[in-house]
Design a protein around this ligand. Structure first.
Ligand SMILES: Cc1ncc(COP(=O)(O)O)c(C=O)c1O
Length: 439
């Protein structure tokens, strides 16, 4: 890991007030209420699982959704720098570069057949636009036009109009016409019950009803995450993906799985679907792929989906792509990240470390304002009784040197997969100290 000295703040950070003032005056922060000030916690450098702010305060990073090999990992930093100096980008709609096939092949090597054909984009949201074009196109190619999509009401597939129209989360509301007909599935049970094996038939029944809701308009796709991240850190029952695979096979819908958050070790497996022995028709992955060093997302489809696009009347292929799709620096960062994941056994470690952390927190479930403690891989979720309680935990944790995430009333600890045992223990201590007192 890089030494902290190697990443000390540069003189451009000499005046913290000026840095904050520029931010307050000129930056439009993503997903942020107007008037909220995000400059209060401005980071300048980081190393491994530790991150430092403008005032030199150190935090444990427990909020980085895409951090697999942590900050300033020398192998990823070297790969990025070398590739930027060799060939940073070409237009992959007309040509190729030497890392593109290597990365696509590497992704395919982790996945069950027939998943083997990858389209690269820059974000999970873009990935979903492409995935839905694939699904709707696939139905048309088979001479059975379909466009309806079945998805979780509490799912989150992205910020584009298409992605957000697949969700009923308040953050996804928009004043524009929904591009596709969508049938949303509400959680049939509260999250603390949904992860249990007994919940499986109830959940599958809810999806079956949505798929069969309109026999004259069968769905083109069923779109799901194996774990609802933005929807509140919701763990789903074992067998869910396999059950949906059977439902899709029986009804001719494509199974589109969103592993934007779960893939590349976060869930304690390279891919949840591979661990469960389920091959979706289309799989979208992103966050951990290049460890957050450079934006990249992968839309991996079965050959049956790919080949059908030869029938497209305009270009004889998928009409989709971006100027920076398949960016060579992003591919180099991804290949280096995957090497680190394998060399440092980070995927297996995510599972053992997550289990150890949640075992230390499990006794808190049902105590005071903690409603539930649950986990998937190295994501530990404490569901609080109210959003206010969750906000309080986040604020106190930050003051105590720990960054956490919050989705509704769920507090989530999502540390880089490289966090060591001492860091994980300290995270648990700081999280526990940030909880409201139980009396
Ligand atoms: C499960 C899931 N899908 C899709 C997305 C959208 O990805 P992006 O923010 O890269 O557009 C996210 C982002 O949080 C996500 O968690």
């Amino acid at each position: 890991m890089a030494s902290i000295d190697a990443v000390r703040p540069t003189p451009r950070h000499a005046d913290p007030d000026l840095v904050r003032e520029r931010d307050r005056r000129h930056v439009w922060h993503t997903w942020t209420p107007v008037g909220a000030d995000r400059s209060g916690t401005t980071f300048t450098h980081a190393d491994g699982y530790r991150i430092f702010d403008l005032d030199g305060r150190e935090y444990i990073e427990g909020s980085a959704l895409n951090s697999t090999c942590g900050y300033a990992h020398p192998e990823v930093v070297r790969a990025v720098a070398e590739q930027a100096g060799r060939l940073h980008q070409v237009d992959v709609s007309m040509t190729s570069h030497d890392l593109l096939g290597a990365l696509a092949e590497r992704i395919a090597s982790y996945l069950p057949a027939p998943l083997g054909r990858t389209l690269f984009v820059n974000s999970g949201s873009e990935g979903f636009d492409a995935a839905l074009m694939m699904a709707v196109g696939h139905a048309a190619h088979r001479g059975r036009p379909r466009s309806r999509v079945v998805a979780f009401a509490r799912g989150y597939q992205g910020a584009t109009i298409l992605g957000r129209s697949l969700s009923a989360l308040p953050r996804c509301r928009h004043p524009m016409t929904a591009p596709l007909p969508v049938t949303l599935v509400d959680l049939p049970l509260p999250p603390r019950e949904l992860r249990r094996p007994e919940a499986l038939p109830v959940l599958l029944d809810a999806f079956e009803r949505a798929v069969l809701a309109d026999p004259d308009d069968p769905p083109a796709a069923v779109v799901v995450e194996p774990f609802l991240n933005v929807g509140g850190g919701v763990v789903l029952p074992p067998g869910f993906l396999a059950g949906l695979r059977a439902l899709c096979d029986a009804t001719g819908a494509l199974l589109v799985v969103d592993e934007v958050f779960t893939a590349y070790g976060r869930a304690g497996a390279m891919f949840c679907c591979a661990r469960d022995g389920v091959a979706p028709d289309v799989l979208v992955s992103s966050k951990g792929l290049a460890g957050g060093y450079v934006p990249i997302a992968a839309v991996t489809a079965g050959e049956h989906v790919f080949e059908g696009f030869a029938a497209d009347p305009v270009i004889g292929g998928l009409r989709y792509g971006h100027t920076t799709s398949g960016h060579a620096v992003a591919c180099a960062a991804a290949l280096a990240t995957l090497d680190v994941l394998e060399k440092e056994n980070l995927v297996e470690r995510a599972e053992t470390l997550g289990a150890r952390m949640s075992a230390r927190l499990a006794h808190l479930a049902g105590v005071g304002e903690v409603v539930d403690v649950r986990r998937l891989g190295l994501v530990v979720v404490l569901e609080m009784a109210t959003e206010e309680a969750a906000l309080g935990v986040l604020d106190r944790a930050r003051a105590g040197g720990l960054l956490l995430r919050r989705q509704g009333a769920a507090v989530m600890a999502v540390p880089p997969l490289v966090i060591d045992d001492a860091g994980a223990d300290l995270l648990v201590e700081r999280l526990t100290a940030a909880l409201p007192s139980a009396d």
